[in-house]
Design a protein around this ligand. Structure first.
Ligand code: GUN
Ligand code: FE
Length: 431
């Protein structure tokens, strides 16, 4: 048993505005009692210490202690694509990303990058992610093996793509189905791993492959589906050309039964009202990837329009490594704040920290993370808002918890992450 002590912060629900202080709980001297990787209790240190006298204590005060961050969309094979210059989406895929992903036919390369990716997640305080592998089943085996070794809760799947990509990076409709079935059989129920049906996007799947994705989704209704939707104008035009019978891009995924409460749609920049209604009605999740959308010049996610409409969308936030440019969910929310600000709204820091913890966990339908409720998994992050000289100086003028969080979001990165616990184990210290 371990007692992890710190300034405890947790969210029960989305804060409704900057003055809503009822959505979170904060303990200046708090603690989390961990037993076998699971949270046994969380609350004021004095009451927990009395109940757990034999527990080994780690004192992180004066740092903040909260649930680990959740990244709702990332590509582990793209670590060596980040900072590729000068292209927008379709050229970026063809010029940099597809050639890079071909390297993952080699299991040794896949294992090396999978390990490096998970270490980088830990370094940045992220304990769970929804991850794209490549078309090669061995890339999924490598990723899940490394995640299992670290006891991390990860969602991942083999990318299905059978056209508009180089040979060596395509499967066939039947092969993609068979590979997914074998991977599901091998990995389902192991550790804290979740398989996601992962057709890359409509452009790289034939109608036959979309039918296979549909078959997988109907045979395994409990699995996540992840794909890309409405990221860039040229992509939207090509998707409509390839599926002329569908009225719009979203209708392609609807046609093949791929919308729903466990469906994660990356980007969703240029949705019509009809498409937004379709996502909302089906309970699908729109994944906001600000650093990627800015870097590739894809457009501005219309957070206000999607949230303030009378059928609001479920929203998650994500790095989209390697279209995205930073592993940190703090950097991600900093850029997200600016995108939202361009539309005239200011996302309050309590809402931002809800989003990257409990909010993203709910968007991914994961119950045991993003919370400090007893019985949940002890995935935690310890944050220091005075990690750098600039942050220290700024903190001299910060008086409230919300201001401290905003300093972390605006100036923070991996240097602000003092420790990351996965299932109760400190993981960052050893890296
Ligand atoms: N659309 C299809 N594949 C990708 C990808 O790898 N990254 C991004 N950002 N968009 C995509
Ligand atoms: Fe992506």
């Amino acid at each position: 048993r371990t007692l992890i002590r710190g300034r405890l912060l947790t969210f029960h629900r989305e804060p409704q505005g900057p003055d809503d202080h009822t959505a979170h709980a904060y303990e200046e001297d708090g603690a989390v009692l961990v037993e076998n990787g699971v949270i046994a209790a969380a609350g004021p240190h004095t009451s927990l210490a009395a109940a757990a006298k034999d527990a080994h204590t780690v004192d992180h005060r004066p740092h903040l202690l909260m649930p680990g961050f959740v990244d709702a969309h990332a590509h582990f094979p793209q670590m060596q694509v980040i900072a590729s210059f000068g292209t927008e989406l379709l050229d970026w895929l063809n010029t940099y990303t597809f050639p890079e992903e071909m390297r993952f036919a080699d299991p040794a390369h896949a294992a090396r990058i999978a390990g490096a990716f998970l270490d980088e997640m830990v370094r940045h305080g992220t304990t769970t992610a929804a991850v794209y592998c490549t078309v090669h089943p061995q890339s999924v085996d490598a990723f899940f093996a490394e995640a299992e070794r670290r006891k991390m809760c990860m969602i991942a799947g083999k990318v299905m793509m059978d056209r508009n990509a180089p040979r060596g990076l395509t499967d066939t409709a039947q092969q993609s189905y068979d590979d997914a079935k074998a991977l599901i059989a091998r990995w389902r129920g192991r550790g804290r791993l979740h398989y996601a049906i992962t057709p890359r996007f409509a452009i790289t799947s034939t109608p036959q492959q979309m039918e296979m994705a549909q078959a997988l989704a109907s045979e395994h209704p409990d699995l996540h589906v992840q794909t890309h939707l409405s990221e860039n104008r040229a992509e939207i035009a090509l998707a409509k050309e390839l599926f002329p019978d569908c009225a719009d891009y979203t209708a392609i995924y609807e046609r093949y039964g791929l919308t729903g409460p466990k469906s994660l749609f990356g980007h969703c920049i240029h949705l019509s009202d009809r498409e937004a209604d379709a996502l909302s009605d089906s309970g699908s999740v729109a994944v906001f990837c600000p650093t990627s959308n800015l870097f590739l010049g894809s457009g501005l996610f219309d957070y206000q329009r999607y949230r303030r409409r009378n059928k609001p969308l479920r929203i998650a936030t994500a790095t989209d490594i390697g279209g995205g440019t930073n592993y940190s969910m703090l950097r991600t929310m900093d850029e997200g704040y600016k995108v939202i600000a361009l539309n005239g709204e200011k996302l309050n820091p309590l809402a931002a920290f809800w989003q990257i913890t409990r909010g993203n966990a709910e968007a991914l339908s994961l119950e045991r993370i993003g919370t400090l409720e007893p019985g949940s998994d002890a995935d935690l992050v310890v944050l220091d808002a005075r990690a750098t000289p600039a942050m220290r100086l700024r903190m001299e003028r910060a008086n409230t918890l919300a201001e401290e969080l905003f300093v972390l979001q605006t100036l923070g990165d991996d240097r602000a992450v003092v420790e990351t616990y996965v299932a109760g184990q400190p993981m960052k210290r050893g890296l």
